[in-house]
Structures are given as C-alpha cells and as structure tokens.
Design a binder for this molecule. Structure first.
Ligand SMILES: Nc1ncnc2c1ncn2[C@@H]1O[C@H](COP(=O)(O)OP(=O)(O)OP(=O)(O)O)[C@@H](O)[C@H]1O
Length: 566
C-alpha cells in the first residue's frame, strides 16, 4: 500500500466529491434494489389476482424509485469521475514537476520511450484506482449490509445466505484472485515499456538502420517485443476472464440458493409466497451490481505497479531555487569538478574562470574535453557537484532556472525544431512582428524560407546548416540578453555563411558577455580570453596573441588547423 500513498493522499484532498459519490452511489444502489424488490412484490400480488387499484401505492413507489435511481446514478457518475480526473490532474502535475527538475539526470537513467509511457499511459491508467478499486467495495459494503439488515426482518436464513455471498464476493474472491495475480505476474507493463523503447529506437534510427543494413534485425527485435507484449496481455485477459466467470458463477449460485431456500420456506409456510419473487429480484440486482468487483484485483495490481513506477521518478538532489537573478554583472566558475552518472572519468576537473560583463571568452579543445558540459552547468541544466558557479557572486544553485534563462541567449550544440511553421520555431514573443522575423531570417541568409513554411518533426526537412542558422536567428531576436552562450554555432556552415554569422554575432554582442564554444580556431582574434580545455582540465588560457606567442597547446592546434585548411 505504501506505493499507493501518493494516489491516496491526492484522493483525500477531494473529500467532498468522494463523499458525494459514495452518497449518490448508495442511494442509486438502494433505489435499484428497492425498485426490483417492489417490482417482485407487484408481480406476485398481480399473479394472485389482487386488483390493480389496491396496488396503486406500490406502483407509485416503483415509479419514484426508478426516477431516484436514474438521478442518483447520474450524481454518482458525475462526482466519482470528477474526483477521479481531478486526482489524475494533480498526479500528472506533480510528475511533470519532478521530471522538469531533473530532466537531464533522468534522461541518463531512462529511455525516452519509457519516460513517455510513464507520463502518458501509466498516469492515465491510475484513473481506475478510485473508480474500480477504492470506491466500489466501500459502496457495496454499505449496500449489502443495509440489504441484509432489511432481509433479516423477513427471513433470517435468506439474510445469512446473502451475507455469505457478500463475504465471498466482496472479500474472499477478490483477495484470492489478487494473490494469484501477484504470484503469476503477467508483466504487461514491462513488456509494453520494452516495446515502446524499441519502437522509439526503430523510428528515430530508421535511416541509419537502412543504410547499415541493420533494419531487419531491429525489426525482428521489434516484432519479438510486440509478440511478448501481446502474449502478456493475452495472459492477463485470460486470468481476468477466468476470475470474472468464477465470480459470476458464485453470484448466480447464491441467487439460486436464495430461490431454493426461499421456496422451501414458502412450502413449509415459514415465508409468505409473495416475498419469494422479492428475494429473487433483490438478490439478482445485488449480485449483478457487485460484478464490478471481479476486475478489482487486476486494477489494484496495476495501480500498485504504476504508482511504484511513477514514484521512481524523483527530483535528484536539486535544492529549492527561490531567488531571481539580478542584472548580469559576472559569472565565475569556481574549481568545478563534474562527473556524469555512470561515467568512468569526470567531464570537468578543477575548472575555474571568470566572465566579466561585456567580455568575450572562447573555450576550445578536442571533442569530449568537457566544453558543452560547462554550458549545461552555467544554465543550471546540470547541478554542480564539486565547486560552484557564481552569478554576481551568488551561487547559481540559489536562482530560479527560468530567471537565468531569461537573461541568457543560447545556441545549443544541437538545436531542436518542432513540427510547425518557421514562425512557430522562431519561438516568437508577441512583441515580434513579421518584419522582425523576416529581418532575422535575412541576417542569417534564410530569406528563401517563408514564415509559414512547415518544419517537420526534429527539423528533418532542414539541412544541418539551415538548422544552425535558424537557431542563430532565434538569438538575434533576443538582442537584450546579457549573457550569450554559443555552443559550436557554426560547425555545419560553409565559409561564407560562417563569416556572415560571426559578423552578425559580433555586431549584436558589442557590449554583451559572450561565451563561445568551438572546435575551430578562426574568428578568435577578437576574444578577450581563450581557454584551452583537454580531458576536462584547463591547460592554457590567455588572449589570442598571448597563446600564439606561448607556442603551447593552442599554437599547436592552430598549426594543425592551418595546415589542414591550406
Ligand atoms: N549526458 C551524458 N552522460 C554521460 N556522459 C556524458 C554526457 N554528456 C557528455 N558526457 C561525457 O562527458 C564528457 C564531456 O562531454 P562534452 O559534451 O562536454 O564534451 P565537448 O567538449 O563539448 O565535446 P564535443 O566537442 O564533441 O561536443 C565526454 O566524455 C562525454 O562522453
């Protein structure tokens, strides 16, 4: 039950709707039983030739119960579903919040297909917890006990039989089936996650799979996972049907017992014959109503598994961030050492440097030397481990991430593009007019793109260079940002486009602070400082002239680059 703590605590917050749904459910259930009992009474009386006029009151009661039943059933559905969907909304919100606070760490632990199936399918399936697990037994408990209480006034033994039926259907059968289900776990969710992970890999890597002729293997694996999923669903459904059949069979056996014992008492003269039909219709209604419990064990097992999966997604070590960043003055990296989860060696080792307002800094170094990690840490996308990053002398861990992002203009190494128009993908503010957008496109040589042109998922209809230029256009639309963090902004561009983009960036960032990450050593002459990173450590730093004069690592790299370009 500890797994279900989150769901139960959310349900308890909706006390009013929960109580109203139980109340209306109880009225609807009792009205149904009363309706069929009164109908049975009416039929028996009519069969023995009582004139219709003598039955007017019962007929009126039948009508009244019919109307009451319809209205209260509506109330029950309304309040129970409202409670259920409100609870679902709260769970979804708290899950997104946890996901948002630790997204990059979670992405290292879980595949996107897995996270997606938790976010959508798992949360959605929790709606059954209140509607099919928690609420029906409570309701049936009250309905059964009230019915047994009334039945006992007419026949003690029939009340006992109904009580035995209650114990069997509300307690014994669901418990036994739940135990059996847990023992023979059908693994539906695990197989579904494996299938959705494999499907994600198949669709995202489709081109590579085709080119490297591995598509068949991936497809076979996908079919295999799909078969396992189908098999597990089939197993679960079989168990569900078996339980349902046993459940129905027990219900009808009790109804038959009520009829047989009732008939015996009537023949013995211990029970008025008129009540036989009453008991028959009453028990049919009661046991047919309780059939909803036949699926309870499966929903309970499912809710427990889902809650466990959802509570696995925990925010990782990030403290509450409360402050808003003040206007940017400086950014200081202080003896940063950082290791990704499961990485053998640290990505950064004892890295310290300082960005003064208006300064231009470049970080260069071979692939994998930790350059992009610095940007992720500066933006708060990863949490610092050893050392600190200070924004105007205050650790950035104290600032709300969004306030850091508001003052930053960022080009990530791989920019994401959404399915939508060019206009949508420029992430426009309402203050941007079409003229501003077109101007930004013109500055990055993308005049041939129409603002209403469609960009496909992940920007798959754009070239690598077009994606980079569109990402730069986004930053040019946000010229007031103080801190510009540019991760390889021109790595896919030809020389002409590269020169143009650097020109645009320098024009725009004259009095701004720039941190440029690059492999290429051209365009760095204007930098105030160049930091050379190797295997996560700073091995050199200084101005372009200082580093060239020193004839160290930077000089060596520049010589190699020049010789390749010649
Ligand atoms: N999400 C991650 N999980 C685990 N390790 C990572 C992750 N991202 C990067 N790394 C590792 O951290 C190290 C530094 O990576 P980083 O991306 O910062 O290098 P980089 O200098 O920007 O490389 P490149 O120039 O190729 O982009 C690399 O060894 C890389 O394998």
């Amino acid at each position: 039950m500890t797994n279900l703590r989150i769901v139960i605590s959310e349900i308890l917050k909706e006390k009013k709707d929960v109580l109203l749904s139980v109340l209306f459910g109880f009225i609807a259930g009792m009205a149904a039983i009363g309706l069929f009992s009164a109908s049975g009474y009416l039929l028996s009386k009519a069969a023995i030739g009582v004139p219709l006029t003598a039955l007017t009151v019962v007929i009126a009661i039948v009508k009244l119960l019919g109307v009451t039943r319809a209205f209260s059933r509506y109330g029950e559905r309304y309040y129970s579903h409202r409670a259920s969907f409100t609870v679902l909304g709260h769970i979804r919100k708290s899950f997104y919040r946890r996901l948002d606070r630790s997204f990059s760490t979670l992405m290292q632990k879980y595949q996107s297909g897995d996270l997606l199936s938790r976010m959508v399918g798992d949360i959605e399936s929790l709606q059954t917890y209140f509607l099919r697990v928690l609420y029906p037994p409570i309701l049936l408990f009250f309905i059964f006990l009230t019915t047994i209480f009334f039945a006992s006034f007419f026949s003690f033994w029939i009340a006992v039989i109904i009580f035995i039926g209650f114990i069997l259907q509300v307690l014994v059968l669901p418990s036994v089936f739940y135990w059996w289900l847990m023992k023979t776990n059908p693994n539906v969710r695990a197989t579904r996650t494996a299938l959705s992970n494999d499907s994600g890999e198949y669709f995202f890597g489709y081109k590579e799979l085709k080119i490297f002729q591995r598509e068949k293997y991936q497809k076979d694996s996908l079919i295999n996972k799909s078969d396992q999923y189908e098999q597990s669903v089939l197993n679960q459904k079989r168990k569900e049907r078996l339980h349902q059949s046993i459940y129905t069979w027990v219900g009808y056996f009790i109804i038959w017992l009520v009829l047989a014992v009732g008939a015996y008492f009537v023949s013995d003269g211990d029970l008025n014959g008129v009540y036989l039909a009453v008991f028959l219709l009453l028990s049919i209604t009661l046991f047919e109503n309780s059939e909803v419990l036949s699926a309870l064990p499966i929903h309970l097992a499912n809710s427990q598994e889902v809650s466990e999966r959802l509570s696995e997604i925990k925010p990782t070590g990030q403290k509450e961030r409360k402050l808003t960043t003040p206007s940017f003055e400086s950014l200081r990296m202080n003896q940063l050492t950082f290791r990704y989860a499961n990485a053998l060696s640290p990505a950064l080792v004892d890295v310290s440097f300082y960005l003064n307002k208006g300064s231009k800094t470049a970080i260069v170094g071979p692939s994998g030397s930790g350059k992009s990690t610095i940007i992720d840490l500066a933006l708060g996308l990863e949490s610092t481990q050893t050392g600190s990053i200070e924004w105007n002398r205050t650790p950035i861990s104290q600032f709300e991430q969004s306030s850091i992002w508001k003052q930053s203009n960022v080009v990530l190494q791989e920019s994401h593009f959404f399915y939508g128009t060019v206009r949508d993908n420029l992430l426009t503010e309402p203050s941007h007019s079409d003229i501003d957008l077109k101007n930004a496109l013109q500055r990055v040589n993308l005049t041939y793109l129409n603002l209403d042109s469609l960009i496909l998922e992940k920007g798959s209809n754009l070239s690598g260079g077009e994606k980079q230029r569109l990402a730069i256009a986004r930053t040019l639309l946000n010229p007031d940002a103080e801190l510009w963090l540019l991760d390889e902004p021109t790595s896919s561009l030809d020389t002409n486009n590269k020169d143009n983009i650097y020109q645009q960036l320098w024009d725009e960032t004259k009095d701004k602070t720039v941190l440029l990450i690059t492999h290429e050593l051209t365009h760095l002459e204007k930098m105030d400082q160049i930091i050379v990173l190797q295997e996560g450590k700073i091995v050199e730093s200084g101005t372009y002239e200082e580093l060239m004069d020193r004839k160290g690592e930077f000089y060596e790299m520049k010589q190699i680059e020049d010789s390749v370009l010649l």
